[in-house]
Ligand binder design. Structure first.
Ligand code: SAH
Length: 375
């Protein structure tokens, strides 16, 4: 699985030299451009050049931890389909499907609802050809037509259900810093030793007026808000919904959350572009505002722990354990514990779940007791 790291003709390590050249020719680049290059450069980006998942990789995601995750999302979606009028054809769109685990488990579980299953055609939005290959293997006998797209613009029209786990956190953000003259964009240039270093853009940004102490940083997930806006508009016009899982926070505030992880360890985000995963914590308030601006309804966010427990993960674990041996039983308990861990740094608490629908959809399973603050 680590083969790409050592043997690729285009070793991803070259990306650092490419970025230096860009800076030498064009001047310092935005954090947004840096993140986009580091993650999705056509041949040397982190996602485009490697398969970063699993115990031997850089991180492990919920669908990789347990089949229960995708199965529960599939069952949730079958119920959701009824709530939106059971359209005869639904585009099932997954954003950033990784190795295809979520979708494969989703579709297996969705077979219990034959009408829903028959309505689905699967559309995977994926920037990485390597991961698209993995998805193709995982879904070879999934029983529904599958196609791949580079962006959501290419998905054919009609009612669509969008699913995303750890997708929004991979979209590039912009940073701004408060100086004594006003807000200036945080850029990445070269220091005297030729190393990548943070600096500031020459212009004061007149569109930013937030009051803050000098040195405060604003992180704005422009790309994520754009995607949310597009999806929410499509849902309002053509019917459908979005269910998104990500680690993130509930109130927009100051401070930056850009982080780099390699082999399950934090590393300096500027040190190894293309070799380390770069993410930010998702600003759910900003995503909700983008959906509201498109006249959609927002459900949640709720914590992943509450969501999964409310839609029946404990019962699902018990059912699986009923036909498992003792090792498997322990594995199921461990997975259940990780996915719903509500301690401060546990996945159950750190990850939030948000749904977007047309207005007037109420009582979605997993979101009981939440209400759309702006309606
Ligand atoms: N959902 C998967 C993978 C999460 S990692 C899981 O939970 O296991 C992020 C995924 O998004 C990867 O598949 C990555 O290749 C994809 N991705 C990242 N940036 C993207 C972009 N700008 N456009 C499309 N896909 C992107």
């Amino acid at each position: 699985m680590d083969d790409a790291r050592d043997s690729d003709a285009h070793a991803p390590g070259d990306l650092l030299d490419d970025i230096r050249d860009i800076i030498i020719h064009d001047g310092p680049i935005s954090v947004e451009r840096f993140m986009a290059l580091a993650l999705t450069h056509p041949t040397k980006g982190y996602y485009t050049a490697r398969d970063p998942f699993g115990a031997a990789g850089d991180f492990t995601t919920s669908p990789e931890i347990s089949q229960m995750f995708g199965e529960l999302v599939g069952l949730w979606a079958a119920d959701f389909w009824e709530r939106i009028g059971a359209p005869a054809q639904v585009r099932l769109v997954e954003l950033g499907p990784g190795r295809g685990a979520l979708m494969s488990d989703f579709l297996r579980a969705a077979r219990v609802a034959p009408g829903f299953f028959a309505a689905l055609d699967v559309h995977l939005v994926e920037a990485s050809p390597k991961l698209a290959d993995r998805q193709s293997e995982a879904l070879a006998s999934c029983g529904r037509p599958v196609s791949w797209h580079r962006t959501i613009d290419d998905i054919p029209p009609g009612p669509a259900l969008f699913i995303a786990n750890e997708f929004f956190d991979a979209l590039p953000v912009r940073h701004f810093m408060k100086t004594h003259e006003g807000w200036r964009e945080r850029l990445i240039g070269l220091d005297d030793d030729g190393r990548l270093a943070f600096g500031l853009g020459p212009e004061v940004e007149p569109f930013l007026r937030a009051e803050a102490e000098e040195g405060a940083i604003l992180e704005i997930n422009v790309a994520a808000q754009r995607v949310m806006s597009q999806i929410a508009s499509r849902i309002v016009e053509q019917n459908g919904g979005l269910l998104a899982f990500d680690y993130g926070y509930l109130q927009t505030g100051f401070g930056e959350t850009l982080q780099a992880i390699r082999a399950h360890q934090f590393v300096d985000p500027l040190d190894e572009p293309g070799l380390a995963d770069l993410t930010t914590h998702v600003d759910f308030a900003a995503l909700s505002r983008a959906a509201h601006a498109a006249h959609a309804q927002v459900h949640g966010p709720v914590t992943q722990g509450d969501f999964l427990v409310n839609i029946g993960i404990v019962e699902r674990a018990e059912a699986l354990q009923g036909r498992a041996n003792s090792d498997q039983k322990t594995q199921i308990d461990t997975a259940l514990g990780r996915l719903t861990d509500m301690s401060e740094t546990g996945m159950g608490a750190m990850f939030k779940v948000l749904a977007v629908t047309r207005r007037g959809v109420a009582g979605l399973p997993g979101f009981e007791g939440t209400h759309d603050g702006t309606d």
